[in-house]
Design a protein around this ligand. Structure first.
Ligand code: GLN
Length: 421
């Protein structure tokens, strides 16, 4: 894609300004009719090549849709990060990474890409690694494993997803390369079941039918730290959500992952059904659908839509956003106290590591000159875990001054230092 034209937003349509933004991005993508439908799974050639849709779900639970956002297609490789997450939730990181690496392979999705020493697939987002992930899910048969995977994908999407039987049959009939990958990992000792059971579960998982709206909600669940913003259900833990999006950041777009990270800068995953999920941590998830693929198997118009959105709205996750607001709203002296005045620091807003560092570095020199340093958290809305621990311990560490009064006192009427921020 050539460098984007400068974008002048028009007055937003107030019925749904975000939908209007998505509509405009669809208009940019529509003329990109290059690429081709995936044909190595014959049933995928039945998709309408012109279909084009996108949806965005916020972590607050609103969904905005544009174009063919309700048209269904098979999830294919977009299932991989979600099944990786389910495997992590079930078995923990240490066990999962005994079976699969977390390194970008820089190779096509169907590559025979195994670590020479261990036989582990390099990452869970290419077929070899994804088949190993499906094999780790509890169950003795493909049907049992798939039942758990299916329930997990439903929880991510906040609805019951169908299985596209004809795509499943088609994958099953033509999936010898995937069977070969499964047998290779089985012989290396990294597969958690027989190759037949693993591929049986994996083919079904790839054949789950979704639309762009489902993908947006699934991605928003990751963006929301693992709690589905539509159903309110906690689907996976925060650590699992972070590990999953880490791998999406480095490996989500196959051998185009580095290029994607530079130009779009959102954790993402594509599939040969034409879907892409992308997410902005703490903010939203996006799903796009357009089935014509580039040579690497990524949706041509999906890439255009996400790159355009990212450039227009400054969505790159590493975008420089300037130093955060200082948490020190006001410093007051109270000289009525005998033997040295007290200092009251009124803090505000959200305080994470950088804010705590500022408070502690600026105010520590005030401790010990006889008065008490009072840290007032009344107007603080949230404190990160590590920052909270630093502040909570401070009165004890500072101890008592020469007048027998505490050197540091913490005022926390709302309990922001106690909760799990
Ligand atoms: N089911 C497909 C396969 O295994 C998934 C590949 C993809 O979406 N990149 O070949």
């Amino acid at each position: 894609m050539a460098d984007a034209e400068p974008y002048e937003p028009t007055i937003p349509d107030l019925r749904d300004p975000i939908r209007a933004a998505l509509d405009s991005v669809l208009d940019v993508a529509r003329p990109h009719t290059d690429g081709a439908l995936a044909s190595y799974i014959p049933e995928l050639t039945r998709a309408d090549p012109e279909a084009l849709g996108a949806a965005l779900a916020s972590v607050r639970g609103s969904v905005h849709e544009s174009g063919d956002s309700e048209t269904t297609f098979t999830i294919q490789s977009v299932s991989k990060p979600f099944v990786f997450a389910l495997a992590l939730e079930q078995s923990g990181l240490a066990e999962v990474i005994r079976h699969v690496g977390v390194e970008p392979s820089g190779e096509p999705f169907n590559a025979i890409s195994l670590e020479p020493a261990t036989g582990r697939p390099l990452n869970p987002l290419i077929n070899a690694g994804a088949i190993v992930m499906s094999s780790l899910i509890t169950g003795d048969t493909a049907a049992e494993k798939f039942a758990i995977i299916h329930a997990g994908l439903n929880a991510f999407a906040a609805r019951e997803l169908d299985l596209d039987e004809s795509v499943f049959e088609s994958e099953h009939a033509t999936g010898d390369r995937n069977r070969a990958l499964a047998y290779l990992t089985q012989s290396a000792g990294t597969l958690g079941s027989t190759a037949e059971v693993a591929t049986g579960a994996y083919f079904r998982q790839c054949s789950v039918s979704v639309n762009a709206r489902d993908l947006a909600i699934m991605a928003a669940t990751l963006a929301n730290g693992g709690r589905n913003p539509i159903s309110g259900e906690r689907v996976i833990g925060e650590d699992v959500a972070r590990w999953t999006t880490s791998v999406m950041t480095s490996c989500g777009m196959y051998d185009a992952s580095g290029d994607w990270l530079v130009h779009v800068g959102l954790p993402a995953k594509s599939g040969v059904g034409g879907g892409i999920v992308a997410m902005q941590p703490e903010e939203f998830g996006i799903g796009t659908f357009s089935p014509r693929l580039d040579a690497r198997g990524n949706s041509v118009r999906g890439i255009v839509m996400l790159r355009t959105l990212s450039e227009r709205y400054g969505l790159h996750m590493l975008q420089h956003r300037g130093a955060p607001h200082s948490p020190i709203a006001q410093l007051e002296r109270d000289d009525r106290v005998e033997g040295g005045g007290d200092t009251i620091a009124r803090l505000r807003g959200e305080v994470f590591f950088a804010g705590a560092e500022e408070v502690l570095t600026r105010l520590a020199p005030l401790v010990g000159d006889g008065g008490c340093l009072v840290l007032d958290f009344s107007n603080v809305t949230r404190v990160g875990d590590a920052a909270a621990a630093l502040f909570r311990g401070l009165p004890d560490v500072a101890g008592l001054g020469p007048d027998g009064r505490p050197r540091v006192a913490v005022l926390d009427p709302e309990g922001v230092l106690v909760g799990d921020a």
